[in-house]
Design a protein around this ligand. Structure first.
Ligand code: PA5
Length: 446
């Protein structure tokens, strides 16, 4: 089970404020389940899983599965691979992978990333999953064109090496799929990019790597059940929203998530997008609200960030993620007789990591800093599924409390228009001239 402890964060809050927000949250729970959003509805649609399972038969002939997409069309895939596959997955032999695919993600339009990834995969043995809900994101489409060029140069039929995941009706990728007969999965229109990890967006690459997608969805649904509980103390997403909202009200406008596991670190990247893009909004067109998510790794950041968290500005709420039971632990050998190392010998490495965790948590509590603890009993599909829904639902509750729409992202649009204009997109010539004039004023080079 995923265990949430908000006690250290609650202790720093006034009872009257907690009660008032609990009252609000009870209304949020009712409203949410009165008309559940698409990301909940889709968990009960068995068609998605059946389609992916059917398609996965076709995947058996490939060695590599490459995701091409960005933001919500990539972060969930990365989180699933890192959390649920061994860290050396892409270096294992096909036999050790039980025939499942190596999985790579190309999100950025960084020439080094793209070139290096494409060098690692033989096009003949590779399927490229181009993911874009809108079907119009410059990064996804530029990388698609590069991939397509590689396939054509190798004399391969693109239909054998491409699969799209996009809107069911609209956008360039959907039109192309229809025109050329390329396989294409649907992203439901009522599920936003950053909430789409448990649609075909994340499930296809997960299945390609042999992740148990049914268990993932089972875990997610169990968190939906939990989020129906009217008693806020029992309702994990509501509890998370409660402490984050009240600490934000007290000026703690940074939400640190510190994972005590390298394999959990990409889940933190996924959370960062969800929290930032959903809650960072202008309220009533005026002042901005939101809480800046910050990623940290334990124990590494004890030697980098912890000094600031303990003694710097009191502007953070810190969530610490811990795995109680590691799959493959490492024993620290007992070698020297010197006390500097003897106390470590014979212990498990996870024992040291989780003791460091306690050290950090207690030091923060002693500094009167709000701490939330989230325990994964173990790192498996069900826990990860619960984690996704815990934060997706908490985000919606936070949106309600803050009075903002968590499902839009108007602040992202402007930079997209500027990029397209500067890259020479037809119809944006006037915009381009204005942008160039502004850049000149600012002495900024295009
Ligand atoms: O959450 C969102 O909506 C965004 O971050 C998108 O996922 C991101 O911009 C990519 O968009 P698309 O999937 O349309 O290419």
């Amino acid at each position: 089970m995923l265990k949430l402890n908000v006690k250290p964060a609650l202790l720093l809050l006034e009872d009257s404020k907690i009660s008032a927000v609990k009252g609000e949250l009870k209304k949020c729970i009712k409203k949410f389940h009165g008309s559940p959003p698409g990301f909940v509805r889709i968990l009960y649609d068995d068609r998605v899983v059946r389609e992916i399972e059917e398609y996965s038969e076709k995947l058996k002939k490939y060695e590599n599965f490459v995701v091409v997409g960005i933001g919500g069309s990539a972060l969930g895939n990365q989180a699933l691979q890192n959390a649920l596959r061994p860290m050396d997955w892409n270096f294992l032999t096909s036999k050790d992978r039980e025939g499942y695919c190596r999985v790579f993600v190309i999100d950025n339009v960084d020439p080094d990333l793209v070139r290096t990834t494409l060098k690692m995969v033989e096009p003949e043995k590779t399927i490229f999953n181009i993911i874009s809900k809108s079907g119009g994101t410059a990064e996804a489409l530029a990388n698609y064109l590069i991939v397509r060029g590689v396939l054509e140069d190798a004399g391969l039929d693109p239909r054998d090496h491409l699969v799209f995941t996009t809107d069911p009706k609209k956008g360039f990728l959907r039109e192309l799929a229809n025109r050329e007969g390329i396989d294409a999965f649907e992203i439901p229109p009522d599920v936003g990019g950053r909430f789409s990890v448990l649609t075909s967006v994340g499930l296809l690459s997960a299945k390609a790597a042999g992740i148990d997608i049914r268990a993932l969805l089972e875990g997610a649904r169990s968190m939906v059940d939990n989020s129906k509980l009217e008693e806020v103390n029992e309702n994990l997403p509501a509890l998370l929203a409660l402490v984050h909202y009240l600490h934000l009200e007290q000026g703690r406008n940074i939400a640190v998530m510190m994972a005590y596991s390298n394999r959990l670190l990409t889940l933190v990247d996924w959370f960062r997008q969800l929290w930032a893009e959903s809650l960072g909004k202008r309220k009533d067109g005026q002042c901005g609200v939101g809480q800046t998510p910050v990623k940290a790794l334990g124990s590494v950041d004890q030697h980098s960030q912890l000094q600031l968290y303990n003694d710097g500005p009191d502007d953070k709420i810190i969530t610490m993620l811990r795995i109680r039971e590691f799959h493959d632990d490492v024993e620290i050998p007992l070698i020297h007789d010197d006390e500097s190392v003897r106390y470590l010998g014979g212990k498990k490495l996870s024992g040291l990591l989780n003791t460091e965790f306690v050290g950090t948590a207690l030091s923060l509590v002693e500094s009167n800093r709000p701490v939330v603890i989230l325990d994964f009993e173990k790192l498996d599909e069900e826990h990860v599924g619960r984690f996704f829904l815990l934060y997706e639902i908490a985000t919606v509750f936070m949106g309600e409390l803050l009075g903002v729409n968590p499902f839009d992202q108007p602040g992202v649009e402007r930079s997209k228009v500027i990029t397209k204009a500067l890259m020479g997109m037809k119809g944006l010539e006037k915009e381009k001239a204005k942008i160039l004039a502004r850049l000149k004023e600012l002495e900024m080079e295009a």
